[in-house]
Design a protein around this ligand. Structure first.
Ligand SMILES: [Zn+2]
Length: 155
């Protein structure tokens, strides 16, 4: 049934079945500490000239390079510079890991469902990009499962 109607989801479930819970939680820990480090870093080599002589300016994670005098934002390459409320990113990732719906994110974090949808696709994309594809897959399946509870037997 699922195989015919939603081949992508079916494949995702198969992939998940071959993944041990250990791998998922390892990737979850690693991803969250990567994100935490990114947000709290005060040392970042220059995006343009790789010089280590940079200073962080302001709380939006902008850096100025003392060598080439350009400013850069390390969040840019993850497209995170477009997202607001960085203090809510980690709690949001936790909700993603629990398979919570966008509505729950809206209720618990006070972000609009549209924003939650944008964050979700952004963080799943970053997980893939940073090599946490087991985790991204886990979040996808978890959310679809949650969404379907009551409607279908899963798998
Ligand atoms: Zn520079």
């Amino acid at each position: 049934m699922l195989e015919q109607h939603e081949p992508d989801l079916y494949q995702a479930v198969l992939d998940l079945e071959q993944t041990t819970p250990n791998q998922v939680s390892q990737q979850a820990q690693a991803f969250k500490s990567w994100l935490k480090d990114l947000l709290s870093t005060s040392v970042m080599p220059c995006d343009y000239c790789q010089s280590p002589l940079t200073v962080r300016i302001g709380h939006r994670l902008n850096f100025r390079c003392r060598s080439c005098r350009r400013t850069f934002n390390p969040l840019k390459k993850y497209q995170l510079n477009h997202l607001s409320h960085c203090e809510l990113w980690l709690p949001f990732v936790d909700l993603l890991l629990q398979g919570e719906t966008l509505k729950t994110a809206n209720q618990q974090l006070g972000i609009s469902p549209n924003t939650a949808a944008k964050w979700q696709s952004c963080f799943l994309w970053i997980m893939e990009k940073q090599g946490f594809s087991i985790l991204a897959n886990y979040c996808r399946v978890k959310r679809r499962q949650r969404y379907r509870v009551g409607n279908h037997n899963f798998v």
